[in-house]
Design a protein around this ligand. Structure first.
Ligand SMILES: [Zn+2]
Length: 337
């Protein structure tokens, strides 16, 4: 940005000089008035985005153009993040619903795109993978009302395991291992497409319960996509679907405000998977009362990418990751690429 400022300043200076010399410039109506000094132009030019981490003060303290600041500008690194850039994100106990969490000592990782940046942060949650998560419980709903559908925890329960263990694929691989691999592949696809990615879980054991994961996405990301494979006990691949919000909790906040955005994101992902030829289960969604959506204040979806009988090799996972990106672009109004 500062290079551009210097360029524009130089351009203004050159214009003024030329104008005075030739006598043809319209600005010459100023006659012999003192030429406008270059720094005056700065406040107009400096309104441009900068990396989000940059302290606000550095935006405001645009000094007069001196030799020193020119040198600083030359030393300033490019605005883009270097490839592979990431930063740790810790849980903030002051966040809304933070009090409902019981496991929150983990550390999420925020990856920044280096090129084609669109300044949208996608929260990607690799389902399961929290040691001790099944022995602790959290409230299913922020208003502490009981669950309205079955699932890992039956309807009528007020509390559910903080993080369930997940299922095991037919070949013995754990769901938690596959969701983590899928999260990494989806991250790579999204980064290449210009999205920033918040990996809520980036290791085998992440000490965040389901509410903590949701709260982190609420506060750091622009949406939340949780990756799962269904533990339905079937021996055939039943295909992908997203978990929609059951009708009885659609008037409970924050569900009431966000459920349509959850559905829109879920449908966009399913549409992309269908268009790329992946098997879709039924109409592509199933209403289940999940903790995640009960606490989400950003577009949020749990996508089930198949079940224990589904292929889960890297090529399949990478293909599904790629298939979901166009829908995410559409949800954020970014158009096709
Ligand atoms: Zn799962």
């Amino acid at each position: 940005m500062r290079n551009r400022i210097s360029f524009i300043i130089a351009l203004i200076a050159a214009t003024l000089l030329l104008g005075c010399g030739s006598g043809e410039s319209a600005d010459n109506s100023l006659g012999t008035a003192e030429p406008v000094s270059a720094p005056v132009a700065i406040p107009v030019i400096k309104v441009e985005s900068v990396p989000q981490e940059e302290p606000a003060s550095s935006l405001i303290q645009e000094p007069e153009v001196t030799q020193e600041s020119e040198e600083e500008a030359a030393e300033e690194p490019d605005q883009k993040y270097p490839p592979g850039y990431s930063e740790d994100v810790e849980f903030d106990p002051s966040w809304e619903y933070a009090d409902y969490t019981v496991i929150n000592s983990g550390s999420a990782k925020l990856y920044r795109a280096s090129d084609n940046r669109n300044d949208v942060i996608i929260g990607v949650n690799a389902g399961h993978g929290t040691k001790g998560g099944e022995s602790k419980k959290t409230y299913c709903h922020p208003d502490k009302t009981p669950k309205v559908t079955g699932g890992t925890t039956q309807a009528g329960a007020v509390k559910a395991p903080a993080v369930s263990g997940g299922m095991r694929f037919a070949d013995g691989t754990t769901e938690a291992a596959v969701t983590l691999r899928m999260a990494e592949l989806l991250r790579d696809e999204l980064l290449a497409d210009g999205f920033d990615v918040l990996l809520v879980r980036d290791e085998a054991d992440e000490q965040f319960d389901n509410i903590a994961r949701t709260v982190i996405c609420n506060n750091v990301a622009d949406c939340m996509i949780s990756l799962h494979w269904d533990g339905d006990g079937l021996t055939y691949d039943k295909g992908c679907f997203y978990v929609s919000v059951p009708d009885p909790i659609k008037d409970m906040e924050p569900v009431a405000t966000y459920w349509q955005q959850h559905d829109r994101l879920g449908q966009a992902l399913i549409d992309g998977l269908a268009q790329s030829g992946y098997k879709i289960n039924g109409n592509g969604h199933m209403a289940i009362d999940l903790t995640q959506m009960s606490y989400s204040t950003v577009p949020s979806v749990d996508i089930e990418l198949g079940n224990a009988a589904s292929p889960h090799d890297d090529a399949t996972l990478a293909g599904m990751a790629s298939a979901m990106v166009p829908g995410i672009r559409e949800v954020f109004g970014l158009g096709g690429r």
